[in-house]
Write a protein of this length. Structure first.
Length: 565
RNA sequence: CGGGGUGUAGCAUAAUGGUAGUGUACACGGUUUGGGACCGUGCGGCCCGGGUUCGAUUCCCGGCUCCCCGACCA
């Protein structure tokens, strides 16, 4: 490609509102351009990188036996109604209506469509397993797009759907896909960690995210030093350690308490006891029914809404209660009682780690102390609904550390979640019975992966692409192009490299050397070959590695050997 | 969706109740030519609607945009 013909230009100035490294470099380098918030043009340079990423994923998927296909982008709304996802929680489906009034969802994920295509065939156990996938544009009506390509409203995703006869067979498919993901990310130069995560509105029982550690990331997870436990904050289990098991149980009593004692900080000031000593009550409301849920938890812990939703079977259906909601209970914020209200009470397991709590029946002037869970009160639902924090321990008792990164992909166990919900999504088993498919699904966001690579591979001058995903393998920079003979000679070198099948960007522009070098550094192609008067005279080309800065001087044949090896 | 901010040329910015200046980019000419060089010339702009006013880019109201924080979220 001749750079003089390349659509898309580099920019010298930074936009002041662009703070993220990948966003800045991709914009300045002419890889992407914003259309409106959360929607981007992928320019020719960016498209080349996206294609390299896509090719790697396609190769690995195909070698694992998955089959590429494509589904319509507009999904008949009835399909989403069949699985009750048309108005699930906060997942904003975007709808379009055609001229006949038929309603469609703009696909944000495609479980229903792939189940639908499967059930159009009379499948037998002999047809299973299979794994079908697509690369297609997904639409997510994000409340807030941010971070350049890291969180957008419209993006290309590889999504795969596997169909197995049962959990045992599925397990092997899941492992295979995990290996495919490992190979994909490794080939792209990314070190992606498999992290236990939450299925959310996708459904199913378990899933894993692939997270690349990076400060720009929005995914927070917790891990032990040796990696023996690694889980997203949404699901991380809080290991229970008794706080004061040596303390004798005291009798519960009502005590007077000054009126100024309202918050946790006030408690500490008044009683001089640490946070874990107090009972804390957190109130949620079910979005669909308006029912209130009170979680009682140890004072030093916070409630993890995701875990709570899972316990209550109310995925994406809880929100924090407002003071108006509390008024329905007859209380103000800060005065919720650990027992006695008309609501669904949930006890966090941490209540069993403390003897002689303070709190639980707060009024303006009194409260209770020496409260013991199981003796003085107990809730019908007991579960681990606490938010894991660094400093807590894993279930096997090791210290948890906090990590942050970008979720570049995920794999989900779906089980029969969709195939049971959708009529006729069955195969004929060996014994002649109709069984729902046992499914999994597997996604990789192309643009987000691309941006993550830039987050990891850059320096003060620009992007430093790993060779596997670089837009070109070599950047030929021609200098002294005002001399027609030298220009013709440089053209010849370029044509020669092209004819050998080398992926080359040829800077034939009539601009100064400094500008060419600056652009070359910014674009970040792995090898730069300078073609100049000097090289013509010496017969040697300066070859610079973008990543190491190492420079070699090679003759034309050696150069070609090196670039084709 | 709540809070805050913003909107002037492709991009970055300045000033102003009386029709807008600079840098960069772009076009042309010249001097340059291995790290964004210089000189000259030129092209190009006040988010939209309403109000106040003799006159609004400026002040007021509304809308929209984009950014940040929160909520939310592969």
């Amino acid at each position: 490609m001749r750079q003089s013909r390349l659509f898309g230009k580099t920019e010298k100035t930074d936009r002041p509102d662009v703070t993220l490294t990948s966003h800045k470099l991709l914009t300045k380098g002419g890889f992407i351009r914003e259309s409106v918030s959360g929607r981007y043009f992928l320019l020719p340079l960016g498209m080349r990188v996206a294609n390299k990423i896509t090719d790697i994923i396609r190769e690995e998927m195909n070698s694992a036996g998955a089959q590429e296909m494509i589904s319509p982008t507009l999904h008949p709304l009835e399909l989403w109604q069949e699985t009750n996802r048309d108005n699930a929680g906060n997942f904003g489906l975007m709808l379009v209506t055609d001229r006949r009034g038929a309603r469609f969802a703009l696909g944000g994920t495609a479980e229903e469509m792939f189940v639908d295509v499967a059930r159009k065939f009379q499948l037998s156990y002999k047809d299973l397993p299979f794994n079908i996938y697509q690369f297609s544009t997904k639409f997510r009506d994000e409340l807030r797009a941010r971070g350049g390509l890291l969180r957008v409203r419209e993006f290309v995703m590889k999504d795969a759907y596997s169909f197995d006869v049962d959990a045992t067979a599925f397990h092997s498919t899941y492992q295979t896909m995990a290996q495919v993901y490992d190979r994909c990310y490794t080939r792209m130069g990314l070190s992606a960690k498999q992290v236990l995560a939450d299925n959310g509105y996708i459904g199913g029982e378990y899933c894993h995210e692939y997270i690349v550690d990076c400060s720009a990331g929005e995914s927070r997870y917790l891990e032990t030093a040796d990696g023996s436990y690694c889980a997203h904050e949404d699901v991380a289990t809080v290991g229970l350690v008794p706080m004061n098991s040596e303390e004798p149980l005291e009798d519960m009593e009502v005590i007077t308490q000054p009126q100024w004692v309202k918050s946790m900080a006030d408690n500490i000031k008044h009683y001089g006891e640490p946070e874990w000593r107090y009972l804390k009550n957190v109130v949620y409301k079910k979005i669909d029914t308006g029912d209130l849920v009170i979680v009682t938890i140890r004072g030093d812990l916070e409630v993890n809404k995701t875990k709570l939703e899972k316990v209550l079977g109310a995925i994406e259906l809880l929100e924090e209660a407002t003071s108006d909601d509390l008024a329905r209970l007859g209380v103000k914020p800060g005065y919720v009682q650990a027992w006695g209200h008309t609501a669904t009470y949930v006890a966090d397991l941490s209540l069993k780690t403390v003897r002689n709590f303070i709190g639980g029946q707060k009024t303006d002037t009194t409260d209770t102390r020496n409260v013991n869970y199981g003796r003085d009160f107990a809730h019908p639902i007991e579960a681990d609904v606490a938010l894991a924090q660094p400093g807590h321990v894993s279930p096997d008792g090791h210290l948890l550390h906090e990590r942050r990164g970008v979720e570049v992909g995920n794999i989900f166990q779906l089980g029969t979640h969709y195939s049971s919900a959708m009529a006729g999504a069955t195969f004929m088993a060996k014994d002649g019975s109709l069984q729902p498919y046992y499914m999994g699904c597997y996604g990789i966001g192309i643009g987000r992966t691309l941006a993550t690579i830039v987050e990891i591979y850059n320096d003060e001058k620009g992007i430093v692409w790993p060779e596997s995903v670089a837009p070109f393998k070599v950047h030929v920079v021609a200098l002294n192009t005002d001399d027609q003979a030298l220009r013709d000679w440089a053209d010849g070198i370029y044509e020669n490299l092209l004819s050998r099948g080398i992926d080359v960007l040829y800077d034939d522009r009539d601009v100064r050397a400094g500008e060419k070098f600056a652009d070359s550094d910014l674009i970040g192609i792995p090898y730069r070959v300078v073609v100049s008067k000097k090289s013509k005279e010496s017969g040697l080309f300066e070859v610079v590695s973008r990543s190491s800065g190492e420079t070699h001087y090679l003759g034309e044949d050696d150069l070609i050997n090196r670039l084709t090896s």
